[in-house]
Design a protein around this ligand. Structure first.
Ligand code: DC
Length: 208
């Protein structure tokens, strides 16, 4: 069974994907990490984030297993990843790794922006997670506070809106729900309720 979870920044899709993967005993790939690691490699080489050739080389050179998640999940890396991810050739360079992961025997859970539309258009279950920008900014603020990072709510909300715009308005695999995706609005749901709703969507698909 392949489960595709897409949605905007801080929608909760990562947590849902992790929990669904644990619940169904499936491997999980957070595809945002691939774009974050590509951006991190460029920054390490002092390259411009819009240098397509360098970005493609960095994407091709990624090892899926040795990510420094703590560094990659920092705020500024999300922004850098969003810039790198807007370049078509970079996305092309990362397709095979994602599809290979999805093709594991037994299936997999992948989360990102284009899993249901481009990477796994034949996924068994597609969930598109949404939440209001304010709810997402609030969650991100709590996360950062828990990690002891300094933040300012207005700045976080602005970053989320900017990232939404960049991820949805780009021409290469823009963020949008697949026609057969089930929409899950988590604005008013806590993580338990959101997980329950996601689990029901999966069970309903299995039942059919
Ligand atoms: O999910 P995330 O916040 O870790 O993703 C970081 C950026 O990477 C996001 O702003 C857009 C890009 N991304 C993408 O374009 N396609 C994906 N499948 C996953 C992430």
């Amino acid at each position: 069974m392949i489960i595709a979870i897409d949605g905007p920044a801080a929608s909760g899709k990562g947590t849902l994907a992790r929990r669904l993967a644990a619940g169904y005993g499936l491997p999980h790939l957070d595809t945002g990490l691939l774009y974050r690691a590509t951006a991190a490699a460029l920054l390490d080489q002092d390259r411009d984030l819009r240098d397509v050739d360098a970005a493609v080389a960095a994407a091709r050179g990624l090892a899926l297993t040795d990510f420094d998640e703590e560094r990659l999940r920092r705020r500024e890396m999300g922004e850098a990843a969003s810039i790198v991810a807007a370049m078509g050739p970079v996305r092309e360079a990362l397709i095979a790794a994602q599809r290979n992961f999805a093709a594991r025997p037994g299936g997999a859970v992948l989360d990102g922006r284009d899993i249901g539309t481009v990477i796994c258009p034949a996924a068994d279950v597609k969930i598109f997670v949404v939440a209001s920008p304010e709810a997402r900014a609030q969650r991100r603020a709590l996360e950062l506070a828990a990690r002891g990072e300094k933040f300012d709510y207005a700045t976080i909300l602005n970053e989320i809106l900017r990232r939404d715009a960049r991820d949805s308005e780009r021409s290469a695999a823009p963020l949008r729900p697949a026609p057969d995706a089930v929409l899950l609005d988590t604005t008013r749901l806590n993580i338990e309720a959101a997980f329950e709703a996601a689990r029901r969507i999966v069970e309903e698909k299995i039942r059919r």
